[in-house]
Design a protein around this ligand. Structure first.
Ligand code: CP
Ligand code: NVA
Length: 308
């Protein structure tokens, strides 16, 4: 069992390369049911943004481990009435064993983690989406049987998913190219973190030319052009990101065995065409399924578990 043992999981940068490999190995074992584990704990979900995959995959993962989940809808708690984060954190701490938070500011997540003694998991912020990237790496490992020496190209907005992908790829020895328009690059501090992890052994590149970035890549990845909270900017953003759309023409520039990933939800006809997402190179449904297995491994690693 990978020993994250009571730790928070706020950023992928908090994991060592070995810890990532151990988590992925455990996730694959749990998926194949080679390993069966019980974890009779209580997970709280405090989500201030919409979620289908993260909410349901965390819930099912915890139920399958024999634990329980409380959905702390902010509108039904005092959170929406402005109870300070420090206070909410210190109260939830006394009821729950672990808390997964989806919110806007990474700083708010850090405040929760500071005041709650229980482990806090980042279920998406504006800065990072680390749980997503664990499932993505698992999907790539399953398909290619390896992670190192591959090249992943992410096309589109330099958002939370792009930030976490850079860290995840650097941690597993994969080259990562972020193809985006000037002004929409990923977070500069995270680029530095990823490059420090990669130590010049693999590349973390930021490129404007979508074709050049896609050439020969093994994994082609995209996400929405306007993330949650940016919906009002969508009409301005769409023409800017049009050259980064994953369509058949672009996909043909990638390696012939390349796979296509998307964290979902997708806007077909915008960042990805219907033909590509439904095409034979798309692994998006396996990727979505793997959210559950990867998060089960994460929960077990943080909370501990027993053989049934
Ligand atoms: N990919 C992802 O996090 O999906 P949800 O927003 O549906 O949780
Ligand atoms: N970048 C997207 C990811 C959704 C899973 C968002 O933050 O809305």
């Amino acid at each position: 069992m990978a020993p994250l043992n009571g730790r928070d999981f706020l950023s992928l940068a908090e994991l060592s390369p070995t810890e990532v490999q151990e988590l992925l190995q455990l996730a694959i074992q749990l998926k194949s049911q080679q390993v069966k584990l019980r974890c009779n704990k209580i997970l709280g979900l405090l989500f201030s943004k919409a979620s289908t995959r993260t909410r349901v995959s965390f819930t099912v993962a915890m139920y399958q481990l024999g634990g329980q989940v409380i959905d702390l809808n902010p509108n039904l708690t005092q959170v929406s009435r402005g109870e300070p984060v420090q206070d909410t954190a210190r109260v939830l701490d006394r009821y729950l064993d672990v808390l997964a938070i989806r919110t806007f500011a990474q700083a708010e997540l850090k405040t929760f983690a500071k005041y709650a003694k229980i482990p806090v998991i980042n279920a998406l912020t504006d800065l990072e989406h680390p749980c997503q990237i664990l499932a993505d790496l698992m999907t790539i490992q399953e398909r290619f049987g390896q992670l190192s020496d591959l090249t992943l190209t992410y096309l589109g907005d330099g958002n939370n998913v792009a930030n976490s992908l850079m860290l995840g790829c650097a941690l597993v020895g994969m080259n990562v190219r972020i193809a985006t328009s000037h002004g929409y690059e990923p977070n500069a501090m995270v680029v530095e973190q990823a490059r420090a992890i990669a130590k010049n052994k693999t590349q973390v590149s930021i490129i404007q030319d979508a074709q050049a970035a896609t050439e020969g890549a093994n994994i082609i990845y995209t996400d929405v052009w306007a993330s949650m909270g940016q919906e009002s900017q969508a009409s301005n953003r769409n023409p800017i990101f049009q050259p980064y759309q994953i369509n058949t023409q672009l996909l043909n520039i990638a390696d012939k065995d390349a796979i296509v990933l998307h964290c979902l939800p997708a806007h077909r006809g915008e960042e990805i065409t219907d033909e590509v997402i439904e095409g034979s190179q798309s692994l998006v449904w396996e990727q979505a399924e793997n959210r559950m297995h990867a998060q089960k491994a994460l929960l077990v690693s943080i909370l501990g578990a027993e053989e049934p």
